[in-house]
Every structure is written in C-alpha cells, then in structure tokens.
Design a protein around this ligand. Sequence first.
Ligand code: SF4
Length: 73
Amino acid sequence: MASLCKYAATCPVFTTALGPLPHIGLRYRRAYCRGGWGECARFKVAEAAGRAAVPAGLLPNELQAVRELVTAP
Ligand code: SF4
C-alpha cells in the first residue's frame, strides 16, 4: 500500500485548500500525496529548503521551479 506524504496533514494540496478545479486536486493527491511524493515539487522544496520556502501556490508538477527555489540566496 502506498504511503502518505509526511506533509499531507498541513499541505494545501492535500487538504484541498489549493487547486483550480476539484478534479485537478484529486489527480494531484492520487499521483503525488499517496505515494509519489518524492516527485512532488512542494515536497522537494520543503526537504531542501524548509517548509517556509514553499510558495503557497506551488503545484506538485511545477518541477521547473524547484531548482530556482532551492538555490535562491
Ligand atoms: S506530495 Fe506534495 S502536494 Fe502532496 S502532501 Fe506532499 S508536499 Fe503536499
């Protein structure tokens, strides 16, 4: 059984506070929060730079933003 991301309890994507459309949020939760969290942009930034560095609106598939957020001075 897939494990749940350790940030799920307070992550706006998982708690549904974020998401342009409900079905998109559901897709994110299935693809990332319930097992694919290692590939999530939010997870990657939180792990590398701390949760405070994760922009509120960052979506799990916005991987292009990770490098910039993690390496920004
Ligand atoms: S996988 Fe990403 S979007 Fe899902 S709870 Fe973890 S940090 Fe949030």
